[in-house]
Design a protein around this ligand. Structure first.
Ligand SMILES: Nc1ncnc2c1ncn2[C@@H]1O[C@H](COP(=O)(O)OP(=O)(O)OP(=O)(O)O)[C@@H](O)[C@H]1O
Ligand SMILES: [Mg+2]
Length: 252
C-alpha cells in the first residue's frame, strides 16, 4: 500500500496486526491543512521515546530540505544519544532555548515580518517533567513557558509551526487556557490508564477500545479529536538509517 505524499506513517493497525497478521499502515496527513500539533503520552516504559524517534525521522523526511527541526530532550534520554552533537539538539538546561527560538519564528510569521512558511517543528521529550522542574524553582518563568507553548498550539497550524510533545501524563494545568484541546494528533501508548484516556478522549471513543490490553509500543491515536485508530508501533528495521535522517535534519 503506497502512502500519499502528504502523509506519514505512525504505525500499523493493531487489530489487523494481531488478528490476521496483516500490516495495515496507519498514516496521517501532516500538511498545514490539518492540525498536526502532536502529543505522545503513556507511562514510563510505554514506548514514547521509541515512537518519538521514528515519528521524528518521518517528519524530517516529509518536510524536505527547507523544513527546520529542533529537538529538546529534557531528560537526556539514551534513546536520543545519537542526536547529542547536533546543533539544533537542546538537552536538559537548554530546553527552553529551543522553545524561545520556535516561538520567535511563530511571532515573526504572525506579524508578517517573516512570510516564509516552511515547516518548523520542535520535538520536546519529557515536557511535563521540564515544567514541573521549572515550577519548583522559577514559577513565573514556568508560567511564561506554558503560555508560549499554548500560543504555538493555538496559532501554529496555518503558520506551519508545530510541536511534538512527549510526556507521561498530560495534566491540563501544564497547558493553560484549554490549549490541550489543540493537539490534532494524540497518541497514547502502553497500558490503558483510565485517567489518561479520560483526560484526552470522550467516553464514546474510550468505549471503542474495549478490553484490549496494550503493551509497550501499542496503543491508540486520536486524529483531530474525533477519529480513533488502534496502533502497533513497529520495530525500526534500519536503525542506523533512521538515526542518520534525524542527525542530518538537526544539522543542515
Ligand atoms: N514499538 C516498540 N517495539 C519494540 N520495543 C519497543 C517499542 N517501543 C519501546 N520499546 C522498548 O521499550 C523500552 C521502553 O521504551 P521507551 O524508552 O520508548 O519508553 P518511554 O515511554 O519513553 O519511557 P520513559 O517515560 O521512562 O522515558 C525501550 O527499551 C524500547 O526499546
Ligand atoms: Mg522516554
Amino acid at each position: 500500500m503506497t502512502i500519499p505524499s502528504n502523509n506519514i506513517l505512525v504505525g500499523y493497525d493493531y487489530d489487523a496486526w494481531y488478528g490476521y497478521s496483516d500490516k495495515l499502515p496507519v498514516t496521517v496527513d501532516v500538511s498545514t491543512k490539518n492540525n498536526t500539533q502532536t502529543l505522545i503520552c503513556g507511562m514510563s516504559g510505554s514506548g514514547k521515546s521509541y515512537l518519538t524517534n521514528q515519528y521524528f525521522a518521518r517528519i524530517c523526511l516529509h518536510g524536505g530540505d527547507d523544513s527546520v527541526v529542533y529537538f529538546a530532550d529534557f531528560k537526556q534520554d539514551d534513546s536520543f544519544l545519537h542526536l547529542r552533537e547536533c546543533p539544533r539538539y537542546y538537552p536538559y538546561d537548554r530546553t527552553i532555548e529551543a522553545l524561545e527560538i520556535v516561538y520567535d519564528i511563530l511571532h515573526k510569521r504572525q506579524s508578517g515580518e517573516d512570510v516564509s512558511r516552511h515547516f518548523v517543528t520542535l520535538v520536546w521529550d519529557e515536557y511535563i517533567a521540564c515544567i514541573l522542574s521549572l515550577l519548583g524553582t522559577e514559577k513565573k518563568r514556568a508560567e511564561a513557558v506554558m503560555h508560549k507553548v499554548s500560543e504555538i498550539l493555538m496559532l501554529g497550524r496555518s503558520l506551519a509551526v508545530r510541536l511534538v510533545i512527549a510526556c507521561q501524563r498530560p495534566d491540563a494545568s501544564a497547558f493553560p487556557t484549554g490549549s490541550r484541546l489543540n493537539f490534532g494528533i494524540i497518541i497514547i501508548v502502553g497500558a490503558s490508564i483510565e485517567s489518561i484516556y479520560s483526560m484526552l478522549m470522550p467516553k464514546e471513543l474510550i468505549e471503542q477500545i474495549g478490553d484490549r490490553e496494550f503493551h509497550t509500543g501499542e496503543g491508540v491515536m486520536l486524529w483531530q479529536g474525533s477519529e480513533l485508530r488502534l496502533l502497533k508501533v513497529p520495530v525500526v528495521r534500519n536503525e542506523e538509517k533512521m538515526k542518520q535522517i534525524c542527525i542530518d535534519a538537526l544539522t543542515r
